[in-house]
Write a protein that binds this ligand. Structure first.
Ligand SMILES: *Cc1c(COP(=O)(O)O)cnc(C)c1O
Length: 465
């Protein structure tokens, strides 16, 4: 064994304790560190031939890299839809690394069974029935990709073509209909050989809405003359958290032949709040569902789930049969369900957070985030410098400058807020207007944080004129 490695082995408990102490300092300092670090990153250094050992590496990381990391795990980082890591989920994440299980199958470990238990908990959390089977993936983009891959196989089934065997060229083109799809859906269509151009935009409802007009969707399906299609419904759009009327879309299945995929990346969490659960009624009737976990569940990055009612088609697409692994039967191993073969025990952070806080604890996070989004929305509506672009429907506030909202001015506000270190929000374009989004999904965010975000925004907007 290399002497440095041998030394680390002999001091393993101390090494882990140093990492723990460092992480504890950093994570408890999240409230005080600048929320964003727009500065320049260090220049790359050459690969060392002789290393410095784990504690030496920790010291270098602490000196060279950690200072430039953002406070994105903290309470006032409201860009994109981010979320943080609950204490329990961070614990689970560390232990996933420490135990280093391969959750691809059940060979010699109960890790895959823990993954199944967690999927059952998540299914219950989002109000899905046992007709849905689940699998873990790295994020909602891959979850959407897997769902649409199953959809593609379903279109093949309808046309008497096995896409997984004959290829997508044997299938020929088909349409994917959606109102306000996330950008990851077009990426998935490209990856899957369906083609970005096959996405047919269906008009959304009039009056500041991003939800699909179900009447227009019916007309678009009618125009297909019975050809099987895929509908991507959106449960929680990123700009204004609008929800398609899932029940009305499900009702269209009686008249038209389509696969219903629902992108509920963070919108699925509406199910946790009795006041908002109606927004995801009908979700269970979807053929495939995408939910992110590294957003509103507040587990560290690299976690999402994919649910489907047609695991048989999923196995046709993703099975990894070889003589020594055997053909998937019964309850297939996870390597037969997603692009990954070997895989991290991605369930463990979610398992820890759900075991630690239960559905009630996670409901509290969701409801608090929604209340804080409303609070920021009210403050924005009450100032002369900013105005809302849409009502605050759930956990995102979409707003712009009261004065001329040019791209330049709006981006200048986003930059000034980031430079202040107080908060982080991301620019967007909503209905042709440049604006900003503040997305609440972090478990730590408080009323005081929200007021600090508002102060940072109004200072930046006030400095413009
Ligand atoms: C974030 C998001 C995605 C993509 O998620 P990643 O985890 O970044 O891959 C897809 N759809 C919606 C609605 C999202 O909010």
């Amino acid at each position: 064994m290399h002497p440095t490695l041998a030394d680390d082995l002999s001091r393993l408990p101390e090494v882990l304790r140093s990492a723990r102490d460092f992480a504890a300092r950093e994570v408890s300092g999240l409230d005080d560190r600048p929320v964003a670090r727009p500065g320049k990153a260090p220049d790359p250094e050459p690969l060392p031939s002789e290393g410095v050992g784990a504690e030496g590496a920790l010291a270098r990381f602490a000196e060279r890299w950690a200072p430039g990391f953002s406070g994105s795990a903290g309470p006032r980082y409201l860009g994109f839809v981010t979320g943080g890591a609950t204490p329990a989920s961070l614990t689970g994440d560390w232990l996933a690394g420490a135990f280093d299980q391969n959750a691809s199958g059940s060979g010699g470990s109960s890790a895959a069974a823990l993954q199944r238990e967690t999927l059952g908990w998540l299914r219950e959390l989002f109000g899905l029935s046992a007709a849905h089977s689940g699998a873990f993936v790295t994020g909602a983009t891959v979850s959407n990709t897997v769902g649409l891959a199953i959809a593609r196989e379903w279109v093949g089934e309808r046309r008497g073509v096995s896409v997984s065997r004959e290829g997508v060229a044997a299938l020929g083109p088909f349409d994917v209909l959606s109102g306000s799809p996330h950008s990851s859906v077009t990426k998935a269509l490209s990856v899957l050989g369906i083609g970005r151009d096959r996405l047919r935009a269906v008009p959304v409802l009039a009056g500041n809405r991003e939800a699909v007009d179900v009447g227009q969707l019916a007309a678009a399906l009618e125009a297909l003359g019975g050809a099987p299609a895929v509908v991507v419904a959106n449960a929680g759009t990123v700009n204004t958290v609008d929800f398609d009327d899932l029940r009305a879309i499900v009702a269209l299945k009686e008249r038209y032949d389509f696969w219903l995929h629902v992108d509920a990346a963070f919108g699925a969490f509406a199910a946790l709040s009795p006041e908002h659960a109606h927004l995801v009624e009908g979700l269970d009737a979807a053929d495939s569902v995408c939910v992110d976990l590294h957003k509103w569940l507040n587990v560290p990055y690299d976690a999402a789930v994919q649910f489907t009612r047609r695991q048989d088609l999923q196995v046709r697409v993703f099975h990894n049969a070889s003589p020594y692994l055997g053909l998937p039967t019964g309850d297939p191993d996870f390597l037969h369900l997603t692009p990954e073969n070997s895989q991290r025990l991605r369930a463990l952070p979610a398992w820890f957070s759900l075991a630690a806080y239960g559905s009630a604890g996670h409901r509290e996070i969701v409801e608090r985030n929604v209340a804080l989004a409303r609070r920021l929305g009210e403050r924005i509506a009450g100032t002369g410098q900013l105005r809302l672009l849409a009502p605050v429907r759930l956990n995102v506030v979409c707003f712009t400058l009261a004065g001329e909202p040019t791209q330049e001015r709006v981006h200048a506000v986003a930059r000034a807020v980031a430079d202040s270190g107080e908060a982080f929000v991301t620019p967007t374009v909503y209905d042709g207007t440049h604006g900003l989004r503040a997305a609440f999904s972090n478990w730590r965010t408080s009323e005081a944080d929200t007021d600090r975000v508002f102060e940072a925004l109004s200072t930046a907007a006030g400095a413009l004129s």
